[in-house]
Design a protein around this ligand. Structure first.
Ligand code: MTE
Ligand code: MO
Length: 543
């Protein structure tokens, strides 16, 4: 140690310590700030990657996977509350999740910086091996964590409609690519933005110009990336399934026996409904059946098909509401298809159905076969419209709409129940409740003439035995006339000729009795979580 230092006065030593501390703090602040900027930059590029993969190949973004995952982990009551808070918009919560992900990616920049611990100033723009490896490690760990957390959500593919296993592979590769891009962008931009040591043979001016250009370059790329992310987001939002929740049309207070496709109610879990590439799409039959099998769209359509009118009703159809419609469906019966595969094994007690949008439902096999379900490719004489499940959907008569998967791709026979969005939330999935609805009259009617009261009634395959109408709020009942049902699985239309004895305000009520002789439940209950019950009441003024 040189002579002089030994003799340094206490005060000077303390000043030097303070300097060191100051330098360390500056390093910490600089690294931290640069790490956050690099984290944000990397997140933007990850979002651009996700957007491209989602829109071009239908690979679900981590944001959507997170959304699907979360929705299965809340109960019906919370679900309904959230629908209210977000005013039934799916893009708003997804937007929030996107912001959350950007924030997370930005903060992760700090973790990266803490791991690589570069001493400032750094020499050169090229990341060292350790930095590359750390970035790669980030990508791998994030992919593995995502894969484990979202393992149930991975089998979904929106643009191509890939079969189940391929969809899992595509989703995992998508996650990997998203996170590799994140890691690379983080590693490169962190290095690029940090202050550099002065090199011999380069003037200070040249050096700081280079540093400035790099920072400007990173900023420009970041702004460009943000623009691209915005454009991709707008494209996504422009495809939004705004028809979700659309009611079946009633024309002049009359419900047509068959609902035209364009007027059939629609309900979807998806922000954007899936499309499928019909050359890639398959129907797979697997699990506890004698022979597994795979069908292309053409192969399915060459099977002997049946045509049947089936009424579909959403579990969210309140008393008097219009989330119910009837179409003539054409397809192959599930029984016939399973028979072709040699039938089910004795241990098969459940059927699980998987759709290309990741929607999954499951029901007891015997109960399902009892109602002779249909795998339909045509709806009212034309190929299934995209929003009603092209290329194939399942119709299980007597079960609420939620148990009638659209965009079906895989049927599995199992010995256990397989969860899905609505069953996980706790919605009822048993046989639907008998219902009736009064369509007319409404509001005001003229006194002194016969008034036709009319509406619908429905009990799935149990059928409707009779419909009764009351004009005095349920004190006396009159049997309505029923049009013969177009099929055992369709609603019936009914009418009753009413001659009010004096003008006034009347409360019309209806009740249906199903084929087993059981009258619909009188006690009012809202749709959550078991489906609505209660007699419909319509108040009319006779003047
Ligand atoms: N794959 C898939 N199938 C689905 C849904 C969905 O979101 N995804 N929604 C279900 C619900 S809740 C209902 S009520 C019916 C609605 O069918 P529709 O839109 O053809 O009337 O589809 C069911 N099948
Ligand atoms: Mo539904």
């Amino acid at each position: 140690m040189p002579e002089g230092q030994k003799d340094l006065p206490q005060a000077e030593k303390r000043a030097m310590d303070a300097d060191k501390r100051y330098a360390r703090r500056r390093t910490l602040w600089t690294s931290g700030l640069v790490a956050l900027l690099a984290g944000l930059f990397a997140s933007i590029f990850a979002v651009v990657t996700m957007g491209i993969l989602r829109l071009a190949l239908g690979i679900p973004t981590p944001i959507e996977l997170f959304g699907d995952f979360s929705l299965k982990h809340i109960d019906v009551a919370t679900f309904i509350r959230l629908l209210g808070i977000f005013n039934f918009s799916k893009t708003k919560p997804l937007g929030l999740a996107l912001l959350g992900m950007l924030l997370l990616g930005t903060v992760l920049g700090l973790v990266y910086a803490a791991i690589v611990r570069l001493r400032l100033p750094v020499s050169g723009y090229r990341p060292a091996r350790r930095e590359w490896l750390t970035a790669l490690g980030f990508a791998v760990v994030m992919t593995v964590l995502g894969g484990i957390l979202f393992r149930i959500e991975l089998p979904q593919n929106f643009v191509l409609g890939l079969p189940y296993s391929w969809a899992i592979v595509a989703s995992l590769l998508g996650l990997l690519l998203d996170f590799v891009i994140y890691g690379l962008a983080l590693c490169l931009s962190y290095r690029a933005l940090l202050p550099k040591v002065q090199h011999f043979g380069e003037t200070a001016v040249a050096q700081s110009r280079r540093q400035l250009l790099t920072r400007a370059g990173v900023t420009a790329l970041g702004v460009g990336g943000a623009g691209a992310a915005y454009a991709l987001g707008s494209n996504y939002v422009s495809q939004y399934a705004s028809y979700d929740g659309q009611r079946t049309a009633v024309v002049n207070q009359h419900t047509p026996p068959i609902t035209p496709n364009s007027e059939h109610y629609t309900v979807t879990q998806n922000p954007i409904d899936p499309g499928v590439d019909i050359n890639l799409w398959r129907l797979e039959l697997t699990g506890l059946l004698k022979n597994g099998g795979t069908y292309t769209y053409d192969e399915l359509q060459r099977l002997p098909s049946t045509t049947r009118a089936i009424t579909l009703e959403c579990i969210s159809n309140s008393v008097g509401d219009h989330l119910i419609g009837t179409a003539i469906w054409q397809g192959v019966s599930l029984k016939a298809l399973l028979d072709r595969q040699g039938g089910s094994l004795p241990s098969a007690s459940y059927i699980a159905m998987y759709s290309v949008d990741g929607y999954t439902t499951s029901l007891p096999l015997k109960e399902v076969l009892d109602v002779d379900p249909l795998l339909a490719w045509n709806m009212n004489g034309v190929a299934l419209p995209a929003k009603h499940g092209y290329p194939l959907r399942m119709l299980i008569p007597g079960r609420y709409g939620e148990e009638n998967p659209k965009w079906l791709t895989r049927i599995e026979l199992t010995d256990h129940f397989v969860g899905g969005l609505y069953s996980d939330q706790g919605w009822y999935n048993g046989p639907l409740h008998t219902m009736s609805r009064i369509d007319r009259p409404q509001g005001m009617v003229a006194f002194g003439q016969v008034i036709e009261v009319g509406g619908i009634a429905f009990a799935g395959p149990r059928g409707i035995e009779k419909v009764e109408v009351s004009a005095d709020n349920g004190q006396s009942w009159h049997q309505a006339n029923m049009q013969p049902a177009i099929s055992p699985d369709a609603w019936v239309l009914w009418t009753w000729d009413w001659t009010p004895v004096h003008p006034g305000t009347y409360s019309l009520v209806s009740r249906a009795t199903d084929g087993t002789g059981t009258t619909q439940i009188e006690k009012y209950s809202s749709v959550v979580p078991n489906g609505a019950t209660g007699y419909p009441h319509v108040s009319v003024q006779v003047k």
